[in-house]
Design a protein. Sequence first.
Length: 165
Amino acid sequence: MIKKILALIFLLPFFVLAGCSSKSVPTDLVGKKLPVLRLTYADGSYGSSESYRGKRQLYIFWAEWCATSRKELAKIRDFAARTRKRDDIALVAINVDDLKKEEKVRTLMQDYAAPGFVQSYSGNGVYDDAFTALDLNEVPVILTVIEDGTITSVTDEFHPEFFDR
């Protein structure tokens, strides 16, 4: 019995992290046009991905409980700080936690804030409009989109070289 309990304790972190490293990102989105994503900004106002058309875009879908998400957010925040004067790129973080985690999420949004790094949080969890529009089911998911709205990559890692083109 003790062996079973110890085995369960040992395996628990692996179950907790399931879904937190999207090695099965939906690559079938590559080459398709980005649907219009409805965004709920950190201040409660609304917008859409259409406002970023004509720019190179990056969207990261993340959750408070996912360490991989936070690692990628830090990379994107640092990139945003380095490129804050560029007006040809759009960096958007979309949180998919529900309202029960709002306080933690808003604290993390402040931690990862940078000029030019837009934060979106609806509190709808996995029913967030942008998350469901793309039929996503794991985090983190990072999409890159070129100026005409075509999705060029779907991954779980930030690749800044996309913006060097």
